[in-house]
Design a protein around this ligand. Structure first.
Ligand SMILES: *Cc1c(COP(=O)(O)O)cnc(C)c1O
Length: 469
């Protein structure tokens, strides 16, 4: 299995090579040269497997340059009951007769990013050791991604993490989650500025190619194919748990931002997993809902992006979307390249000629949810089902309800636990979400963080002095 670029300008490369890179050299994203197919017999044979064994089976279709025994060891190290709280790893919980929740948030940071990041942590350490090299992850976070990366990479050999966050602007819980890590390879840097300042510093340092090479800088952003591949596993797992025999269809509803989570569902469907609908849910930042309604993709500027009560879906552009467009235009790299040039020039592109294919050929339907919908859904789900859901999952539940079909299970992906967004739970129910038992006392642990001015040079010095080389 080799990987090519969505813009057609990369010689085919194996998984281990694209794992450590960000964008392809031509500015596109890595995609499999040919998709593996799942047969009904294969799926039936997987019914009894543990999550770690299922992850091995699915990932081995995409990762052919790591020996099978080693890959199995990596999936077993990533998906343990100790890390994910139960043998299930991803529990399936019925909400009512129509919807179920697929629990992707049982990992250490209470959000679905742990699912992919825990595998990525293992894969990074393995590939770096094989190559006898090191990697320094430099990133900016306002919450979920940074903490998932730190928990996945803490204590890993050959890797250090430098994570910039806006000083004084994260919730007490988020700060405690990140800054309480005492591992020597984890460096939390709180910048006296806002999230965009943090991101600008990362861009400045990663864009300095000499510095980047000298310090072995890398990233773990949402376009990493390793993350997408690891996410395909829970669609297969969800299907296996919600069905009893070959060919039965299931729909999935996915709270979406960067299009990473639902892209994995799209790939699973194209591989032959019997998925009826992929229900894309957005919040007020409805760039993707608009695309699936009109065929026009029009990313927004940072100023036009609303700060909402489902903040992890507050995106202006969907960084993984290019991989779906690549499929939509028949894997024509030149066409994708032209579309993204048009995007840069005109601020949008129009694929309304493909409108008829979105649902019929690809199973995609979409809807948007608002702050009021979110609160009402949290309240109604608690009152009717006795289950507390987080604001992002609430967007998924709200939009999913419109697309329920008789006889077809609708699985809503639970992308975070309510304790992480307690302020909104309080707004909905009049009281905060109870913290998970395992994290009681988190906020009183000692914290380890470097507070720095909003100054590229100060961060550069710090990284140079502390990088793993
Ligand atoms: C990242 C995130 C999302 C959005 O997922 P994408 O892959 O960016 O579409 C939704 N909910 C939560 C809680 C998240 O952390």
């Amino acid at each position: 299995m080799n990987y090519v670029s969505t813009r057609g300008g990369m010689t085919p490369q194996p998984f281990s090579d694209i794992l450590l890179e960000g964008l392809a050299p031509d500015g596109g994203l890595a995609v499999p040269q040919a998709l593996p197919k799942l047969t009904a017999a294969q799926l039936e044979a997987w019914r009894g497997l543990s999550y770690a064994d299922l992850a091995f089976e699915v990932l081995s279709l995409f990762i052919t340059d790591i020996p099978a025994d080693d890959l199995r060891r990596l999936t077993h190290a990533a998906y343990t009951a100790r890390i994910f709280g139960s043998e299930d790893i991803v529990p399936l919980r019925p909400l009512d007769g129509k919807l179920s929740l697929l629990g992707l948030s049982e990992g250490p940071t209470l959000a679905f990013k742990d699912m992919a990041m825990q595998f990525l942590g293992q894969a990074f350490e393995y590939v770096l050791a094989k190559r006898g090299t090191t990697l320094n992850i430099l990133g900016a976070t306002s919450g979920d991604t940074g903490s998932a990366a730190e928990y996945a990479l803490r204590g890993k050999k050959g890797i250090s993490v430098f994570m910039l966050s806006p000083h004084g602007r994260m919730s007490a819980f988020q700060r405690a989650q990140m800054y309480s890590l005492q591992d020597a390879n984890i460096h939390n840097i709180a910048v006296r500025g806002v999230f965009d300042d943090c991101q600008d510093i990362v861009k400045a340092l990663a864009g300095d190619l000499e510095f980047k090479a000298a310090c072995h800088l890398g990233a773990v952003n949402s376009i990493n194919w390793g993350r997408i591949a690891a996410q395909i596993v829970y669609y297969v797992h969800g299907w296996l748990r919600a069905t009893t025999q070959a060919g039965e269809q299931v729909s999935f509803a996915v709270p979406s931002g960067n299009f990473g989570n639902i892209l994995a569902g799209h790939i699973a469907r194209r591989m032959g997993l019997p998925i009826r609908r992929l229900v894309l849910a957005t919040n007020e930042n409805n760039v993707l809902e608009e695309f699936f309604r009109t065929g026009i993709y029009r990313p927004r500027s940072a100023q036009q992006t609303h700060a909402t009560s489902s903040p992890s879906m507050d995106i202006s552009r969907a960084s993984n979307f290019e991989r779906f467009i690549f499929d939509l235009v028949g894997a024509d790299g030149a066409r994708v390249k032209a579309l993204w040039s048009q995007l840069a020039a005109d601020g949008y592109f129009d694929l309304s000629g493909h409108l008829g294919e979105f649902a019929d050929k690809y199973g995609f339907v979409a809807g948007a949810s608002s702050h009021a919908d979110r609160l009402a859904t949290i309240r109604a789900t608690y009152d009717a089902c006795g289950v507390l859901i987080d604001p992002h999952t609430a967007d998924g539940v709200k939009v999913a309800r419109a697309f329920v079909e008789p006889g077809i299970p609708m699985l809503v992906l639970e992308t975070a636990l309510p304790a992480k967004f307690s302020e909104t739970i309080e707004a909905a129910l009049g009281r905060p979400a109870p913290p998970p038992a395992a994290l009681a006392g988190l906020e009183s642990l000692p914290q380890r963080v470097q507070v720095m001015d909003n100054d590229v040079e100060a961060v550069r010095r710090y990284v140079r002095e502390h990088a793993a080389l």
